[in-house]
Write a protein of this length. Structure first.
Length: 115
């Protein structure tokens, strides 16, 4: 499975940004999709996921209520709508595909939130 994130950029605190991840490869639509991020000086953290079976979504507390993960199966794309952005959301955002013991990462998208 190959993944490519896009749509990062610079935004002011309180603003919104939507990033996307296009995935491809054999059986890629059967993978659960997730977003992770790596902030400066911090370890990578999981922030959101969407199930391939029923579309159920999951969020870490830091982004719940502000971020929305969604998936367009026809376009093989997963999105992360980020609202009410804070400077602490500044990070490189990565999409990931997981199924059982298999996992794949895409190249990240830089998101910078200015105060």
């Amino acid at each position: 499975v190959q993944l490519q994130a896009s749509g990062g950029g610079l935004v002011q605190a309180g603003g919104s940004l939507k990033i996307a991840c296009v995935y491809s490869g054999r059986d890629s639509s059967s993978y659960d999709m997730g977003w992770h991020r790596t902030a400066p000086g911090k370890a990578r953290e999981w922030i959101a996921a969407i199930s391939s079976s029923d579309g159920q979504t999951f969020y870490t507390d830091a982004v719940r209520g502000r971020f929305i993960i969604s998936r367009d199966i026809a376009k093989n794309t997963v999105f992360l709508q980020m609202n009410s952005l804070k400077p602490e959301d500044t990070a490189i955002y990565f999409c990931a595909a997981t199924k059982g013991d298999s996992g794949y990462w895409g190249r990240g998208a830089q998101v910078t939130v200015s105060s």
